[in-house]
Design a binder for this molecule. Structure first.
Ligand code: THU
Length: 160
């Protein structure tokens, strides 16, 4: 894996170098990839988020024969947490992906739409959401929040 990133992040070589609850969260995201419904792309994404109160929400990509209706793993997990709670605080979000047809050379990054949705959840809780991205389980990058991946973003500040 190429470990050079032009944004602020920490790179970990192993789950054992992370706090236990984060390692467990990443493993939950990895397991969740196997539940993805991805018969068209055969690209499997898992997401797991940890709330401050210790609860975990999971997501995996859900595809549709009408391709634009496909939903990303990150949004499945985030919207599930949003639907289930009035107020909540996300302590960490783990995202992992695999392409069985082609070993990934780089850690898979969240798509633009999901970056925007993560941004909204950061706004909602008025705090950044630490992100743990991994694709092979051996390399993990941690970002303090979404802003390095979505600079100069659109937000409610333009609306209200
Ligand atoms: N996908 C995600 O689940 N998250 C992303 O951030 C990028 C893409 C899914 C959507 C689709 O099911 C498949 O990966 C290929 O684009």
């Amino acid at each position: 894996m190429d470990e050079k990133y032009n944004f602020k992040c920490e790179v970990f070589d192993s789950l054992s170098n992370l706090p236990d609850e984060i390692a467990v969260l990443i493993q939950a995201a990895q397991s969740q990839m196997d539940r993805a419904y991805a018969p068209y792309s055969k690209f499997y994404v898992g997401a797991a988020l940890l709330l401050e109160d210790g609860r975990t929400y999971l997501g995996c990509n859900q595809e549709n024969a009408s391709f634009p209706l496909c939903m990303c793993a990150e949004r499945v997990a985030l919207y599930n947490a949003g639907a289930d709670n009035d107020s909540f605080r996300i302590k960490a979000l783990a995202i992992t992906a695999k392409n069985p047809a082609k070993p990934l050379k780089e850690i898979c990054m969240p798509c633009g739409a999901c970056r925007q949705v993560i941004r909204e959840f950061e706004e909602r809780q008025k705090a950044e959401i630490p992100l743990y991205l991994s694709s092979d389980g051996n390399h993990i990058i941690k970002l303090d929040g979404i802003s390095p991946l979505l600079p100069h973003s659109f937000s409610k500040d333009f609306l209200l």
